[in-house]
Design a protein around this ligand. Structure first.
Ligand SMILES: Cc1ncc(COP(=O)(O)O)c(C=O)c1O
Length: 444
């Protein structure tokens, strides 16, 4: 005999009305939504009644009603079957968007290059070496092993004055911004070009002009207390912050007792010279250093770090409630091993060479149509061109997504530069570049 339990199917008999009514409604809904597809044989009324612990008559009456309504058919000898005439649910309507063949909009690293084998080795070592205490509830500040490894790495590679006690591990730059949004009085000053998503995390922002020498910190207003900047490689324009402006940012912060939030998102990736050290090194009491693994490794890891002025450590930790907003201990220990074993350095070195070659190819390929502004760094570049709209539109028609420079502009900025922001981190970049160059030829 068939058993109802063999059907992976849930009957909800709760709700108003008598038992027969509820059973009928529940079966009807299952047929209507195609959870019970046409042709499905229902269990004999006796066995369904036994499974549900109700009277056989109740089931027989529910079946009869659904047969009368046309949802089920009953034939002598072949039992009760879901009727064929039931319409399948209409397909979900999707927006008509052209197929994206190449996404060159966001400057993520080449994710096909994630160092899987080395990461596995670090995971294994970290897991075997982890003390039992590591499997407990954890420290909202981040594992001490990771903070120690970061302090050493950041001092060596980025000139950051870091002490493990001043480092707080967080789940991405955005997570850090959300914390500071609760600690700082709005509005904060941001560069007039940047990610709209990041601006939207603040209660309110005001723009600071940016040129080839980075943000114009000489214009920082004395009635504000915080500025967010990308000194190593202005995002997205690509200039490095001029030494004079580095100094004046710090002088401003001291004068107004304010804070510089230094977004060092791709500081390790400089191709024409040694990377310039972090501004934080000039004054750790007035600069918050914000780093991330999103560019060097993968944005999917969601591991970032802040190096805080002493007076901010406790307020930031107070915002990190227990067991929330912190990263899996295993990922933290793995990254600590990855840094200490030198795997991080070799991965960055290897990727630097790749990106440098890609950027060289980009500059050469686009040279008949546009010049590339900014330094040789990072994973994206800006093409100076007045044909912004035509290029974005034509590229889209051909399945290539690129961003207009104006889409990064602060709504209160009166700047009118135009250009195209192109990421060269995309895995299929050589092919994407060939197609994109055809777009430029058509538009410029
Ligand atoms: C300008 C800028 N800052 C910071 C980040 C890092 O963000 P997250 O750590 O949230 O991935 C990115 C993206 O990777 C970025 O483009």
């Amino acid at each position: 005999m068939e058993s109802w339990a063999n059907l992976d199917f849930h009957l909800d008999l709760s709700g108003p009305g008598g038992l027969r009514h509820r059973l009928t409604a529940s079966l009807r809904e299952a047929v209507r939504s195609a959870r019970l597809p046409p042709g499905t044989r229902l269990p004999a009324s006796r066995s369904l009644a036994a499974d549900l612990g109700i009277a056989r008559n109740t089931v027989a009456e529910a079946y009869a009603e659904l047969v009368a309504e046309g949802w089920l058919t009953a034939r002598q000898g072949s039992g009760t079957v879901v009727a064929q005439r039931v319409e399948p649910p209409p397909p979900v309507k999707r927006r008509a968007v052209p197929d994206v063949r190449f996404d060159l909009t966001v400057s993520t690293p080449d994710i096909t290059e994630f160092p899987r084998a080395e990461w596995v080795r670090s995971t294994r070592r970290a897991l075997m070496a982890a003390p039992s205490e590591a499997f407990g509830p954890g420290d909202p500040q981040g594992r001490i092993e990771l903070r120690t490894a970061l302090a050493e790495y950041l001092a060596r590679a980025r000139g950051v004055r870091a002490d493990p006690e001043r480092i707080v591990v967080c789940s991405g730059f955005a997570d850090a911004v959300r914390m500071f949004n609760r600690l700082l009085k709005p509005p904060v000053v941001v560069e007039e070009y940047g990610l709209e998503f990041h601006r939207s995390l603040w209660t309110s922002t005001v723009p600071l002009p940016v040129d080839d020498h980075g943000a114009n910190t000489e214009q920082l207003p004395d009635d504000r207390r915080a500025v967010v900047m990308t000194p190593a490689h202005q995002f997205p324009l690509g200039g490095p912050l001029h030494p004079r402006r580095r100094a004046s940012a710090v002088e401003w912060a001291r004068r107004v007792d304010g804070l510089v939030l230094e977004d060092d998102y791709d500081g390790e990736f400089r191709y024409d010279r040694q990377p310039v050290g972090a501004v934080q090194g000039l004054d750790p009491e007035h600069v918050v250093y914000l780093g991330t693994s999103s560019k060097a490794l993968s944005p999917a890891l969601r591991i970032a770090w802040t190096v805080l002025p002493d007076r901010f450590v406790d307020p930031v930790l107070a915002l990190k409630t227990d067991r929330e907003q912190y990263i899996s201990m295993l990922d933290q220990l793995t990254l600590a091993d990855f840094l200490e074993s030198g795997a991080y350095d070799s991965h960055v070195r290897r990727m630097r060479l790749k990106y440098q070659r890609r950027r060289d190819r980009l500059v050469e390929a686009v040279s008949p149509y546009a010049s590339v502004s900014g330094i040789a760094a990072g994973m994206h570049a800006v093409l100076d061109t007045p044909h912004e709209t035509a290029i974005v539109q034509t590229a889209r028609e051909r399945g290539i997504e690129v961003s207009s420079l104006s889409s990064f502009r602060h709504e209160l900025s009166d700047d009118d530069r135009t250009g195209i922001v192109v990421s060269f981190g995309a895995p299929a970049f050589p092919r994407a570049l060939a197609s994109f160059t055809e777009v430029l030829a058509a538009c410029c």
